[in-house]
Write a protein that binds this ligand. Structure first.
Ligand SMILES: Cc1cc2nc3c(=O)[nH]c(=O)nc-3n(C[C@H](O)[C@H](O)[C@H](O)COP(=O)(O)O)c2cc1C
Length: 482
């Protein structure tokens, strides 16, 4: 915790994620047309390395890259409008740029979105182990179950796997991954002995310290042993954004950082409390999970300059782009509905939480598409803070305290300028308020975010019990009997 020099009690640093996507635009619909925007260079590794260098050591904790596995083709029944407007397309793979970013950074966490619905735990576990080695323990995983019909079709399914069943599969996916990451290889299994009195012929890995996992479940059969030696964190920092009842139950069990949504402050606060209660039922402590939400910030040297900048950005905002994205995320074709169409909850097979948040039941009022996706002075669905660094820092400080948020996902309106402006104007003011984390040399992402000494998930995290495998269970039983 950072000490302040004002005599006030120490304040908890905010978790600062820089939030983006490996696509020409993420959620700043239409803003790729702004002359300052560089995000259209997302196919160049140079661009990602410039962004990594800008963020590393700046006060940002983590670069968080979203992903999807299909074009947005719900609106009008085809992908034409999303392609023409550059809405989350073209989109390249974020996992494959992570090691390039790691090569030019030292402290920055790098969190990549990967879907449990279309991967296999044996293959994906190794990718994260590899990246955790390559980053010296700075990797995180934004764990999604996916929500696009186009992804399901292109991956050989007629339609998406049923919504709650995707979470059941994700639960078992993680159980397999935990076994591979945490239990198959004991500490010190890789002895790397090139030849000594004990091992004159040399021994790289001690086979007695590597066990099969013998997993046989409803979705996966994985005997093991694991193929890769453990990485610094063993388990990537787990981030998640489930919002439906099944999604919240899943997030409360596994996530260490949760992206919470809410149409207003009260809904955010309520969703945090609801998830904390669900986490407590899983036996996790109150501070086991950090909660963040997405925000946009427009900042400059003065409040007036920031307001002028906002008006200039808004000239590029593309409301139809926002509707195209929302249609695909909720699997409802909004193309024939006007901006004044009221939003109603229905249980689609896509994101239920994104529909539910804009209902009277959740927020006490009715919402139209325009209210939800193009609020006055806003950008899409996220809250916007506008002003000098001091004004924004004050507002963020108050707002996070009032809602119970631990941090933010900062969206870019134009990239990298939105991140650079935040670093120049807002971070120094947040630092004065004790809300920026001091860099700890050589810390893993988990040690950095949770200010803990171990790089492994906290002892109350279910990874420890779910990863128990027959060989380890036998040892534990023997110890207990002794
Ligand atoms: C901040 C944030 C980031 C998200 N990033 C992604 C993403 O990159 N890819 C994805 O498929 N879904 C993403 N989602 C959607 C969630 O994975 C999830 O589908 C959504 O929150 C609804 O959950 P539900 O299915 O439990 O209603 C994100 C959600 C939020 C709030």
């Amino acid at each position: 915790m950072t000490e302040t020099n004002t005599g006030a009690p120490p304040r908890k640093p905010l978790l600062l994620n820089a939030f983006t996507m490996n696509a020409v635009s993420h959620v700043a619909y239409g803003l790729w047309r702004h002359p300052a925007d560089q995000h259209h260079r997302h196919t160049d590794l140079d661009y990602w390395q410039e962004l990594g260098r800008l963020l590393d050591g700046s006060g940002f904790d983590n670069l968080f890259i979203a992903d999807a596995l299909g074009l947005l083709d719900t609106y009008g029944g085809n992908a034409g409008a999303s392609l023409a407007r550059g809405v989350q397309s073209p989109l390249t793979d974020p996992l494959l740029v992570a090691s390039g970013i790691a090569a030019v950074t030292e402290k920055l966490g790098i969190t990549i979105t990967v879907s449990t619905t279309y991967e296999h735990p044996w293959l994906l576990a190794r990718k994260f182990t590899t990246l955790d080695h390559a980053t010296n323990g700075r990797i995180g995983w934004n764990l999604v179950t996916s929500q696009l019909e186009s992804a399901a079709r292109n991956l050989g399914l007629k339609t998406q796997v049923e919504h709650d069943l995707r979470y059941d599969r994700a639960d078992e996916f993680l159980e397999v991954a935990y076994k591979l990451w945490l239990s198959s290889w004991e500490d010190g299994a890789a002895v790397r002995d090139k030849g000594s009195d004990r091992n004159p012929d040399g021994m790289f890995t001690d086979p007695a310290k590597v066990q099969p996992i013998d997993h046989k479940g409803r979705f996966f059969t994985v005997p093991g042993p694991y193929i890769a030696e453990p990485s610094p964190q063993r388990v990537p920092v787990l981030m998640q954004a489930g919002a439906s009842p099944r999604g919240v139950a899943f997030a409360a069990r596994h996530a260490e950082v949760i992206f919470v949504v809410g149409a207003d402050d009260e809904a955010i606060r309520r969703n945090i409390l609801k998830t904390k209660a669900a986490a407590a039922r899983e036996g996790r402590t109150q501070d086991a999970i950090q909660f963040v939400t997405s925000v946009s910030v427009v900042t400059a040297a003065t409040d007036e300059e920031a307001r002028a900048k906002l008006e200039e950005y808004r000239r590029y905002f593309d409301f139809e782009g926002a509707v195209i994205h929302y249609a695909a995320s909720t699997n409802i074709d909004f193309s024939s509905y006007g901006p004044d169409t009221p939003i109603r909850q229905i249980d689609t097979q896509s994101s239920r939480g994104l529909l539910g948040m804009f209902t009277a039941q959740e927020s006490g009022r009715d919402w139209t598409l325009k209210d939800a996706l193009a609020p006055e002075h806003g950008f899409g669905r996220s809250r916007v803070f506008v002003g000098s660094g001091k004004s924004v820092a004050e507002a963020l400080d108050r707002w996070t305290e009032a809602t119970g948020l631990d941090g933010i996902n900062l969206l870019h309106i134009v990239s990298p300028a939105s991140f650079a402006d935040f670093i120049e104007h807002v971070i120094p003011e947040l630092r004065k308020r004790g809300r920026i984390r001091d860099d700890r040399p050589a810390a893993t992402l988990r040690e950095r975010l949770f200010e803990q000494q171990s790089p492994l998930p906290a002892t109350d995290h279910p990874a420890h019990t779910l990863s128990l495998i027959p060989a380890r269970q036998a040892v534990a039983d023997k110890d207990n009997a002794a």
